[in-house]
Structure formats: C-alpha cells, structure tokens
Design a protein around this ligand. Structure first.
Ligand code: SAH
Ligand code: F3S
Length: 441
C-alpha cells in the first residue's frame, strides 16, 4: 500500500519552495503520495516559521491537533521542519512528545533517511545542522511545467537586523553556482514554465560563481532571460543596502524582468533604521526608488513594515507614513514588532503600549490598502499583458493571471490551454484584492 504524506506550510515563499522539495524527495525515495486530508496521512510534516511570536505559537497548536489523530493511529509519524525546528531543536519533542522527527531548513534532504531510521529503531530523530548547500544535490529533477516556479538561489542571511531570527534559523548566506541554477531553470522551461521567481532572504547579495568566477544577481537575471521560453523573471527579497548599480541597470536591458520589486523599508525613521541595523537611511532608500523609476516609470514597489519597534515615537511612526505617501507603495506587508529570542532588539527598552502599536498598525494598513486599491483602479480600461497561472480557486469557469506589476486578474474562460501563456487582458473592474478583465483577441 502506498504511504501518504501531508505537508502544512507556514511562513515565507522559501518555506513553500522547501515543502515542494520535501514532497519530491519523499516521493522518490520512499514512494509517498500526497494525502488529501490530514486523517489519511502516514506522515504529517509541519514546515514552520518563527519570524514572529504568533507564528511560533501556531506550531504547538497544530501539533496538539495532530496528536489527536496519532492517538487513533499509532503508526502515524509527525515531523517538524523549518525555522521553529531550527531554533528549538530537541526542545520541541520535550514540549510535544507526539513529535518523531525534527529537521531544519538545511537538512530537509535527510528527511527520507530520518523517517526510515525512526521507523526502524523507534528512536526520535533530530538533525538541525547547517551543511552548506548539501540539500540541492539531493533534490530530484522534477519539473512539472507549472507556469511560474520558485528557484532558490541563495540560502540564509548574514545581515543580523536587530529584530530578526532568520540568520540564526536558516544559517549564513551561501549562494548556489550560476551553472547549477541555470540547469534547474532550463529543465523548468523545457517542461513549460514561463516565469522564474528567484528566491532568497537577501537575493541581491547573491555571489554565485560562473565558471569559477564570483558573479552577481544582475548577471544571473541576464542569463536567465536568454533561456528559451522564459518570459518573466521575478526575485524576492531584495535588501535596499545591497541594491547595486548593475541591478538597477538590468531593468533597462532585460524586458523579461517584471515591473515590480519587493524592497522592504521597515521604517521611515533614520533613528529606528539604525537601531534595526538596516544599513541604509531614508535618503538612500528614496534615491534608489527614484533611480529605478527613472528607468521604469511604471515600476511598482511593495514593502515590509514593522510598527512599534522598541521606543518608536509617534513622530517616528509619522516618518514611516511620510515614506509610504512619497513612494506610494503597492500591496505590502506590515507587522507589529515581536521580540524574538537571541536578537539584540529583544533587550531594547520599550515604553509603547500594545494598544498604541495596534492603532499605528491600523492607520498604516488603511493607508496601504487605499494606495493599493488606487493602483488597481488606475488599471481599469487598460490592456495588460498577463501570464495565465491557472484556474481561479473560487470559480472554475474563470482563469487567473498576473499583470507585469504583479496584480492578480480573473477573467471568464474555461480554456485550460491558456494556462502558461502570455495573453492580453482588458481590465474592466478593480476589486480590493484583484482585478477583473476579459480576454483580448
Ligand atoms: N530578508 C527580508 C526579510 C525577511 S523576514 C528583508 O531583508 O527584508 C520578512 C519580514 O518579516 C521582514 O521584512 C520584517 O518586516 C518582518 N519581521 C522580521 N522579524 C520581525 C519581528 N521580530 N517582528 C515583526 N516583524 C518582523
Ligand atoms: Fe532578517 Fe534582515 Fe536578513 S530582516 S532575513 S536579518 S536582511
């Protein structure tokens, strides 16, 4: 009988990428199939996120629910991966004995082995070490032709922003070689993938080698664009500090590079940015935005914001609002600061009340939503070149596509052959989270 696997993923796109690789590995090495529900699974995997406290607490709630399934099905195994696993290691099993396996973002390729060992010996398995890039040589080649695919190019982060756990949980920065990445992209393109989404916590610090020589993200983008059938290139996340001139210039030369960039600013106050150890000030950030917009006037910027960083004053919060109004950010993410273990910000004095922080977040999110809806409304009446991603989840009579500035567009069509194609769509209506359009011939 085939074994069934259920994976639940929390957190960022990097985790989504890793989860897909976990399935590929377990399918190849242990002949697992995906389970439709948690109840029919033989192995339950939770790929966790520890970026904020709430994300971490979610893990133990989830294990609690899965423990109940395990009580009725003693052979069921529970494996915990991702950043909480990396941070807590064995402590997860101490707190939640229903867990059998704990593995980290850099040891996920060992999952089939850990699973086998647990079944053979009944000894709990924990491996949260950081073997550099080892996992990539274990991933099976499994391009399935999805229109858009993630490709990890750099793992980990060395920045140590004072609020962030990522350098501790995902390890230090290490770039794959350009040859390795281009091989993966060529295989994806051969199978029908049209859009490549280059991934890393800090992609613009990519230093992968090309024929033994250190190279750059700009070079990788140019080479990716030359691969047959690749029509769109995205990357996430870029850090404003390392956004070098060659990357700005690439927007001039590579039309496949989309007109949208996620460029987290975090705060509009230079004092807070310094306390965050972000290594840029607002003047530098704005001049970068300006330089990119000179090359691509239609460029849309999205960002991450942290409100209520320790000691953030009302005026400093207003500085963030001013930057939002100046850049006119599109669809962005914003969070209340959450103290994380072993980060320097967690020791900083903080006299801002939770209530005040919530109010600031509310003001900021309202403004971001307003701006984002404004962008959507401006698109009404225009014709946009879009990549069709697949069927709309809510209505199978509709297809879902994305514009070059990353807006979701739903349109009436049941022609599945359009999936993976670039088409022109007339935008008819703007809704808060997406656009509605109709196919242009
Ligand atoms: N590498 C990316 C960020 C990865 S974490 C970058 O350079 O910006 C994703 C986002 O989570 C961050 O941009 C930040 O806005 C938010 N975040 C990280 N740590 C946080 C914390 N302790 N509290 C609240 N938000 C946090
Ligand atoms: Fe985190 Fe800063 Fe790196 S936000 S992921 S330490 S760039």
């Amino acid at each position: 009988m085939t074994k069934k696997l259920f994976i639940k993923t929390h957190g960022c796109q990097m985790n989504e990428y890793d989860s897909a690789k976990m399935f590929d590995l377990l399918e190849e090495k242990e002949q697992f199939e995906l389970a439709k529900t948690e109840d029919e699974a033989d192995l339950l995997i939770l790929n966790t996120c520890s970026i904020r406290e709430k994300a971490q607490e979610k893990v133990f709630h989830q294990i609690g629910r899965w423990r109940k399934i395990k009580e009725k099905k003693p052979n069921l195994k529970i494996a915990i991966g991702g950043c909480v696993a990396s941070q807590e290691g064995e402590k997860i099993i101490k707190r939640a004995p229903a867990v059998d396996i704990v593995f980290g973002p850099q040891t996920l390729h060992k999952l089939p082995e850990l699973y086998k060992e647990k079944n053979k010996t009944d000894i709990n398995q924990v491996d949260i070490s950081f073997p550099k890039l080892e996992k990539f040589s274990h991933f099976p080649t499994k391009a399935t032709g999805e229109p858009s695919a993630f490709v990890s190019i750099i793992e980990g982060c060395n920045k140590y922003c004072s609020f962030c756990v990522v350098p501790k949980t995902r390890g230090h920065e290490v770039s794959r070689t350009i040859e390795d990445i281009l091989n993966e992209i060529s295989e994806l393109a051969d199978k029908g993938t049209r859009e490549i989404h280059l991934l890393g916590q800090n992609v613009n610090n990519f230093k992968g080698t090309l024929m033994g020589e250190k190279s750059s993200l700009a070079k990788l983008i140019e080479l990716t664009a030359k691969i047959d059938n690749i029509e769109r290139i995205r990357y996430t996340t870029s850090h404003p500090h390392e956004f070098k001139d060659d990357l700005v210039e690439v927007y001039d030369r590579v039309p496949e590079l989309v007109s949208h960039v996620h460029l987290p600013v975090q705060s509009g106050s230079d004092r807070i940015l310094k306390l965050m150890r972000r290594r840029y000030n607002i003047e530098k950030y704005l001049s970068l935005v300006e330089r990119i917009r000179q090359i691509r006037p239609e460029m849309s910027f999205s960002s991450d914001f942290i409100v209520g960083f320790p000691g953030e004053t009302k005026d400093e919060f207003m500085d963030t609002m001013n930057v939002i109004n100046e850049v006119k950010f599109d669809e962005s993410f914003s969070f209340i600061y959450s103290p994380r273990p072993n980060t320097t910000a967690s020791d900083m004095p903080d006299d801002v009340s939770e209530e005040e922080k919530k109010e600031r977040l509310n003001i900021l999110q309202n403004r971001l939503n307003q701006l984002s809806f404004g962008f959507s409304r401006k698109k009404v009446g225009s014709i946009q070149s879009c990549l069709v991603y697949g069927q709309s989840k809510r209505d199978p009579g509709q297809l879902q596509a994305r514009t070059i500035c990353n807006r979701v567009v739903n349109f009436q069509s049941s022609d599945i052959d359009l999936v993976g194609q670039m088409i022109n769509i007339q935008i008819n209506e703007a809704l808060p989270n997406c656009l509605r359009g109709s196919l242009q011939n």
